[in-house]
Design a protein. Sequence first.
Length: 568
Amino acid sequence: MSFNPQFSKIGEILVHKGYATDDQVKDALIKQNNFGLKIGDTMIKLGYVNEKQLLECLHEQLDIPIVAESQLVDIAEGVVALIPEPFAVENRCMAFALEGDTLFVAMTDPENILVIDDIKKISGKNIHTALIGDNLLTNAMEKYYKSIRTTSQVEDAVGNFEFVAVDDEEQEISIGSSKEADAPIVKLVNLIITEAIKSNCTDIHIEPLTKQTRVRFRVDGALREAMNPPIQMHAGIISLIKVMSKLNIAERRLPQDGHISLKTALKSVDVRVSITPTVLGEKVVMRLLDKGDFGFTLQTLGFEESKLSIFRKWIRRPYGIIIVSGPTGSGKSTTLHAAIKTIQDIETNIITVEDPVEYRLEGITQIETYEKIGLTFGSALRSVLRQDPDVLLIGEIRDEETADIAIKFSLTGHLVFTTLHANDAPSTITRMIDIGIKPYLVGSSLNLVMAQRLVRKVCKHCVIDYKPTEDELLSAGLTKEEAENTNFKIGLGCVHCNNTGYSGRTGIFEMLEVNAKVRQLIYDGGNQDKIRDAALENGMLTLHDAAVEKMKQGVTTIREVIKLTVFD
């Protein structure tokens, strides 16, 4: 007699498919009442089976389809909202599609007739159920109900909104003149900042468009749209941010910079505010700096073991300069702070001079420049000379004065960490000479130059194999033979990665060790091409090569390689 899952118990199906043993099922039956769970959930809790195996067996037993992750990627908020959030959370269900008068509902327990009847009454629709795993449902509910709450909060703020016309050209909001008028603006700005912090956002962009204000968050190095308040609120948002930043609210023609210190239930944040005029109105960019504990180590930044050993060797030298170069947002400060954390001990006096102090490190003297009162990099560094430092971190070399002080520190027995804006490691050296430092001083002081970038990592929940196009292979500098030996990956997009295909970032590094040959080339005037050739002979991997290695390991995609590096 053939086995029929539709007439079998779930434990029998699990055993029949080889996912569990009879003894495991018996053990789960004994412990089921203690957990207050169904037999399948009890077996998951005991570690006998996983969620995917249980879903597969339930599908065969109940003949109910399983919800695919791809079905949860782009659901209309109006569909999800047909089931109120409290009911959905309590009964572990969520609407994911609407076709005509039929509502498709994902449920962890699609046998619960009472819940299905309640959903039918609440929504006024015919109900078609589907199976879903508890973890996947939790992630989907968190994404969509959070979005619904955010949207409703924006609508609540807009609902009470009033504005007055100043003249024929623009509309202005009178901040402080009426509590009723202020309330929605205050509520909206609080909402923007709170949602940004929850999203681990690094930058908030608030910009005027023709008919609406666009609010975007930078997460994992990429901007994503967060909300779109009406354009009539824009001037009020800008004015409130100016008030919070202690800026001139009457000045709308010139750029302004300020900062806000915030303490939320989640964390303390320092917000750097930049306001600039555009043809449609003023645009705000706010950089969020976490004032909490510094949680990075060199091991978590993405160094391969060979590069990590090289970096550790140089950061433990007693004197010289280590420069990390790259554009804004490439992780330079994070790397140097992780380096300082690595070498920190009771015998070493470490001082940093930064603008701003991005990370707070316990036991390290950190100085923040403040140009309005004359505390520039130059004046701060001159005072540091009298503070008996062993190791000095200079936030950024911006001019000849800062570079000159860094050189003098390194030549008088101190170890100096600093950053510089340059495209790669060889051009960092020529940039130092361009600033005005003599080649013999640059050559005598430099130990290590490291260029770095941050590449996005493929989301592990939706990663699939990928076949790149010929144009992509050409742009990435890969031959067909190399392509044949590479297992390319890409993220399809899912609820875990907000439909981007990426989750998190990792570093790629180009390390130029200043050996005798490179030092002589610097003394001779610092020809960038010759320095690069000498470094490559010494084993330097370019940023492009480093990115390709990450791609071959399946960590990132060929699109990130093309986007962030240049193939020569």
